[in-house]
Design a protein around this ligand. Structure first.
Ligand code: SF4
Ligand code: SF4
Length: 474
């Protein structure tokens, strides 16, 4: 492409007023409703496939169990969290923090390299909006032109019927999403119990469920793309995460400009025209109402609809596909190959280090969490045989799904343990409390306070070692 056209394009982009406001709000601050044309094409088909698989997985998720535990459960009320069938307790909070930091670094790195690919392909908001609600809308009201016409026409029988049935179906689906969401929060059994209880037996839960259904309905019937462009924090972060080397959905202005209408049989090179025939198909399909030819914009959720739309036009006029494609701004401008930048290297190292720490902690994570402490306010006891004893309280949390009969052994220094009461049996995912004496010969003690190590055994197998202090005569 001629350099003067590239410069002109850049100049126009710099001066462009579309950067001053978002595309779905007009100058008076009123919402501009987006009627995106139904997208068709290769990327749309791939996205549909991915979305169907993810939707099936999301809906089936609460019913999948591993070792008797749900696949995923985030029970904030009971502070019980299950990930891939592994139960995590508040005592595992450090793992949650490291897991969270690792996830954030992963998202940053992923976004720097691949842009907003997550939004277009994996985000539940996009999947439900584009593949459930929008599809139903196309089915009931027709494609974008018919929708516009329907909105403009008077409230006749056709409009009342179409709008009422659409919103009724939207409400039912919002209810399904709410119940799925609840099943991930409190489990399938509890959700089923709430459904059976009804509003009179559990009025608070009923109000929460109605409010959540209303929230989902509001998001998918009214808020729509506003969630991605103004509410979602990930969307708002794009400005600082993306750089000119990030791969985004981009318009190749070097090839497309100077844009101009297409005349059959014309030789566009004679008139200095680029490949963009200014048909605006890429704009009509955009669910966030932007023109990708203006460059990377905050509103773009990388949904690929404009890529498909433009590819079909390029096909029709006999030009190569990919005028709008996945590419980096840098590559489009300079045609230089992809470079793994210093920023990407730094984030990758940080990510690898965090992932290493997280994996190590998960591997060494014990099924038991034992707390042993000396009974407060009690001194040591001198026994008739000359040994010294201290009384201890103990609490054991069993994080696993196994039942453990447990015994305790003094591992350091030499001595013995005498249980108070019966032998202890740990129930699955239960907490047991008890007490025991540690008995040590004074010759083994270091003075007033000696460090002791207690082994927690089950059927002869050492499960955990715990350190505590033992008081004796000076
Ligand atoms: S510009 Fe293209 S990829 Fe971005 S949101 Fe619009 S249609 Fe989707
Ligand atoms: S669809 Fe392609 S050819 Fe048509 S206006 Fe958009 S970029 Fe230009």
């Amino acid at each position: 492409m001629k350099p003067e056209i590239a410069d002109l394009y850049k100049e126009q982009e710099e001066e462009a007023s579309y950067r001053d406001h978002i595309s779905t709000v007009d100058e008076s601050g009123k919402r501009v409703w987006v009627y995106p044309k139904k997208p068709k094409g290769k990327f749309t088909n791939y996205r549909m496939l991915v979305s169907i698989l993810l939707l099936l997985f999301l809906l089936a998720g609460p019913f999948i169990s591993i070792n008797g535990e749900p696949f995923l459960l985030m029970n904030i009320l009971e502070r019980k969290f299950v990930i891939f069938g592994q139960v995590f307790w508040p005592q595992d909070f450090h793992l949650a923090v490291i897991g969270m930091i690792t996830t954030v670094v992963f998202i940053i790195l992923f976004t720097i390299v691949f842009g907003r690919i997550f939004c277009g392909w994996l985000c539940p908001q996009t999947i439900f909006m584009e593949w459930v609600f929008r599809r139903l809308e196309y089915w009931i009201e027709g494609d974008y032109m018919k929708q516009k016409k329907l909105d403009r026409q008077d409230w006749d029988t056709e409009k009342v019927f179409k709008k009422a049935s659409k919103h009724l179906i939207f409400l039912v689906i919002s209810g399904v999403i709410m119940h799925t969401f609840m099943a991930y929060l409190i489990g399938v059994d509890q959700t089923w119990h709430l459904i059976q209880s009804g509003p009179t037996e559990k009025p608070v839960a009923f109000v929460v469920m109605v409010a959540l259904t209303g929230m989902f309905y509001g998001v998918f019937s009214r808020l729509r793309e506003q969630v991605c462009t103004t509410i979602c924090p990930y969307g708002r972060l794009q400005g600082v995460l993306l750089d000119r080397k990030s791969i985004v959905v981009a318009y190749d202005y070097q090839r497309g400009e100077a844009r101009g209408k297409y005349r059959k049989g014309e030789d566009r090179s004679v008139e200095n025209k680029g490949d963009c025939i200014d048909c605006k198909q890429c704009v009509y399909v955009c669910p966030t109402g932007i023109d990708i030819r203006n460059g990377t914009q905050l509103e773009c959720v990388n949904c690929t609809a404009c890529m498909d739309a433009c590819d079909s036009i390029m096909d029709a006029i006999g030009k190569p596909k990919g005028l709008v494609r996945y590419d980096s701004e840098d590559h489009i401008e300079t045609k230089t190959p992809f470079v793994f930048t210093g920023r990407m290297k730094a984030y990758t190292l940080a990510l690898l280090a965090l992932a290493g720490v997280l994996v190590t902690l998960l591997i060494v994570r014990s099924d038991l969490e034992t707390t042993i402490f000396r009974t407060p306010g009690m001194m040591y006891q001198e026994r008739p045989d000359g040994t010294i004893s201290n009384l201890y309280q103990l609490k054991i949390l069993n994080k696993s799904n196994n039942t453990y009969p447990v015994e305790f052994e003094l591992m350091e220094p030499a001595g013995s343990i005498e249980m108070v009461g019966e032998e202890m049996v740990l129930k699955k995912q239960g907490i047991e409390a008890g007490a025991f004496f540690i008995i040590i010969n004074p010759a083994e003690l270091d003075g007033l306070s000696t460090s002791v190590k207690v082994g927690v055994f089950s059927e002869g197998k050492l499960l955990e070692t715990v350190k505590t202090r033992f008081l004796g005569p000076s």
